[in-house]
Design a protein around this ligand. Structure first.
Ligand SMILES: *[C@@H]1O[C@H](CO)[C@@H](O)[C@H](O)[C@H]1NC(C)=O
Ligand SMILES: *[C@@H]1O[C@H](CO)[C@@H](O)[C@H](O)[C@H]1NC(C)=O
Ligand SMILES: *[C@@H]1O[C@H](CO)[C@@H](O)[C@H](O)[C@H]1NC(C)=O
Ligand SMILES: *[C@@H]1O[C@H](CO)[C@@H](O)[C@H](O)[C@H]1NC(C)=O
Ligand SMILES: *[C@@H]1O[C@H](CO)[C@@H](O)[C@H](O)[C@H]1NC(C)=O
Length: 233
């Protein structure tokens, strides 16, 4: 495991990633496209609609948004993409503040391993029955199949799991959850003299996950000089 990867060597990767993100949607097309990924509104009587009204949120297309008086005015707390004829899910980044996501009734949906990276609030997912929960069962407190849907409930914190292949943060860094099956390690202040951030993919995704069942563990390291990801608290 490479822990102290050269800083100058890694930086281009980060820059490319950021450029990619911009081209892909989040920067230029800042309107929340994820809410318009399919027509109509959050389906009446759906779990997201119910959750939204309980949370005093507002329906906008397929999203439920709420204003928490933070700098981020109206963030997405729920996303209902059920029955949208989705075939693949790669970038739902705009909805990374969501607590609930419904992807049910989408036949043959192919979900990228990293689609929910950074979704730290996500606590309830409804998926087609044949799709496993992101990060695998190990990443959730409760997984059940009910009426043809898979329900993933209660995101687990990967930082203090016991009895797993131990993949802990390097010395002098702190571990924080980074979405189902993911954790991030951020360097303690003054370590190396600059702030750094490493995003690690929990081995469960690679070793026990459905897609990466027998693949060799790939370690996914990113170092950035600044940790600036507006987190609305
Ligand atoms: C948020 O704003 C609303 C009205 O704008 C106010 O009633 C509420 O107390 C505020 N909540 C917090 C936590 O500041
Ligand atoms: C799914 O969408 C189709 C076509 O848009 C519609 O006919 C069907 O009733 C919907 N199913 C559910 C369960 O909402
Ligand atoms: C899902 O997508 C991945 C990557 O794009 C591809 O390798 C895989 O074959 C797809 N799986 C299915 C069932 O379409
Ligand atoms: C995950 O949990 C579901 C529901 O409890 C179960 O059916 C499935 O076999 C589990 N998958 C694995 C790989 O353990
Ligand atoms: C993991 O952290 C949670 C929240 O801080 C705590 O409740 C739980 O007891 C911890 N588990 C272990 C195994 O340390």
């Amino acid at each position: 495991m490479k822990m102290k990867a050269g800083h100058s060597q890694q930086q281009p990767v980060v820059v490319i990633l950021i450029v990619n993100l911009c081209f892909n949607a989040s920067c230029q097309l800042s309107e929340q496209q994820v809410c318009k990924l399919c027509t109509g509104l959050v389906l009446k009587d759906s779990a997201v609609a119910h959750f939204c009204s309980l949370s005093a949120g507002q329906i906008d297309g397929r999203c439920c948004r709420r204003n928490d008086n933070t700098t981020d005015p109206e963030h997405i707390i729920g996303l209902d993409l059920s029955n949208c004829s989705l075939t693949h899910v790669e970038d739902l980044h705009e909805a990374s503040t969501a607590l609930m996501i419904d992807l049910s009734l989408n036949p043959a949906v192919n979900i990228s391993d990293t689609a929910f990276q950074g979704f730290t609030e996500l606590n309830y997912m409804i998926l087609p029955g044949d799709i496993i929960c992101p990060g695998g069962n190990i990443s959730w407190s409760k997984v059940e199949v009910n009426a043809g849907n898979r329900i993933c409930e209660g995101q687990k914190n990967m930082c203090n799991q016991t009895g797993q292949l131990s993949m802990t943060c390097p010395e002098n860094s702190l571990c924080a959850p980074y979405g189902p099956g993911f954790f991030e390690c951020s360097c303690a202040d003054n370590y190396h003299g600059y702030k750094c951030l490493r995003k690690g993919e929990f081995p469960a995704v690679q070793v026990f996950g459905p897609l990466g069942a027998s693949t060799v563990m790939i370690s996914f390291l990113l170092w950035v000089t600044q940790r600036r990801k507006a987190k609305s608290l």
